[in-house]
Design a protein. Structure first.
Length: 256
């Protein structure tokens, strides 16, 4: 017997802040006995590229979406984390090291190096999600700089890390999870960090490279449905129309 005859396909739906809502399909065994199909779907994690979610070109950022509720044949997901692809991270770090190796082989070592600065902080959103955010950035040359290296002092690194954590805490602690995702899509927090740190040491390639969901509040089904555009708030508040009565009452029958 083919085991797939006992399974059903379900559509996986992304939250409404993404352009592409239908991100794929998933399989689960049909409900039989005490084993309910919807319970087997809850808790599954789907990793999707931002390029697929937004029909864009930013493919190095990956979003993790966890299924939290099943509505008919649709699996409703919510944000569960974000990361960058390893090839993108390696390209940021190694593009200098490759040049150094090439110069060493030619015996023309000029050491065009930079300083990598990382920071992480735990922040709680207004709706009770505890997130851990990781930031990364690289120093760059100042305008009209002649020196080939762009090393930052340890005191400057500490100041930049403090600035990173302060900006992330200020931005995330004042908003809910939905708005956090809206800011992660264009990575506006990384751009704010890059602008704010110019007075300490010029930075480039500043990103929020990873986001983890450490704790989440109890599931609010109504809020999840609203996030997916399925709640009462998305229907325009249509409560129906009053039934018109003209005072007519049917006669009482003597026998049935």
């Amino acid at each position: 017997i083919d085991p797939f005859t006992k399974k059903d396909w379900y559509d996986v739906k992304a939250p409404s802040q993404f352009v592409v809502r239908n991100i794929g399909k998933t399989l689960v065994n049909r409900t039989s006995g005490t084993k309910i199909a919807s319970e087997g779907l809850k808790g599954r994690v789907f990793e999707v590229s931002l390029a697929d979610l937004q029909n864009g070109e930013i493919a190095f950022r990956k979003f993790r979406l966890m299924s939290e509720e099943v509505l008919g044949k649709s699996v409703l997901t919510n944000f569960h984390g974000m990361s960058m692809t390893s090839d993108k991270l390696k390209s940021l770090v190694k593009k200098w090291q490759k040049r150094i190796i090439w110069l060493v082989r030619l015996k023309l070592f000029a050491n065009p190096s930079q300083t990598l600065i990382e920071a992480h902080v735990d922040v709680k959103t207004t709706d009770g999600y505890l997130l851990r955010l990781f930031a990364i950035g690289f120093t760059k040359k100042r305008p009209n700089q002649i020196k080939k290296t762009t090393y930052a002092k340890s005191s400057q690194c500490r100041a930049i890390r403090k600035k990173m954590t302060d900006i992330i805490t200020r931005e995330i602690s004042a908003i809910d999870l939905k708005e956090v995702v809206n800011r992660l899509i264009p990575d506006s927090i990384g751009k704010d960090i890059e602008k704010s740190c110019q007075s300490i040491y010029p930075l480039h390639d500043v990103y929020i490279r990873k986001v983890k969901v450490l704790k989440k509040p109890k599931l609010d089904t109504a809020k999840l449905l609203e996030l997916h555009g399925e709640g009462s708030g998305a229907s325009g508040g249509d409560t129906g129309s009053a039934v018109r009565r003209d005072g007519y009452e049917p006669p009482v029958q003597e026998s049935v």
